[in-house]
Design a binder for this molecule. Sequence first.
Ligand code: Z5A
Length: 212
Amino acid sequence: MQGKFITVEGIEGVGKTTNMEFIHQHLLASGKDVVVTREPGGTPLGEAIRRLLLDPQYKGMNPDCELQLMFAARAEHLAKVVRPAIEAGRWVLCDRFTDATYAYQGGGRGLDTGKIAALEQLVQGTFRPDLTLLLDVPVEVGLARAGNRSAPDRFEQEKVEFFERVRQSYLDMARKHDGRYRVIDAGQPLAQVQKQLAVAMGTFMQASDATD
Ligand code: Z5A
């Protein structure tokens, strides 16, 4: 039996890191064998590419270069971590995936989504997440939460309008792919956010147990 692929998405400061451990523990408590990973990154080569992508010294990086680095890291990650785990029946919980490319490079940078779709086809074929948990907050809330950090990375240096486009792009994808997306109101207190996450995962696990 194949495992499942769950991705967690959202704008800057929405609470992904805070909630990844909660989701992980919830899956473990439900008896799932889980691999937790992230993008860009998840492999030694992918983490090296991540450092290039986030490094503020490359401010002004060409958007096509940024796009291809995202997919280069993803190709390595899929080949070395994600696909082998799923084929072995494990569940993979991933902090960001290709929807982040549509949101940041497509929505944020304004790249043609046809280019992104072509790379998605090249690197992934028909492989897609089974469930995407979109943590959603107004941009000012996310940025205020993230603002408490010290040195901002290359993405964190972007302006409010950039993150508004990213958020809108995520919400558009959630409407378009409503079978796989669950939108979580992450503006609520943490306990309420985690209640919503538990319901979304419970429904997903019930449905996947019924079809396996
Ligand atoms: N990127 C891309 O452009 N294209 C791609 O294809 C991919 C990625 C895959 C790195 O991602 C960058 O890569 C990312 C997009 C780009 N840049 N940005 N922006 P990342 O996921 O590593 O970076 P991030 O979005 O900045 O995530 P983060 O730093 O880990 O933030 P977060 O996980 O969403 O937030 P947090 O650290 O869990 O929470 C922030 C604060 O809020 C913290 O103090 C919490 O205690 C607090 N918090 C969390 N939840 C709550 C609630 N409910 N109430 C009150 N306070 C809360």
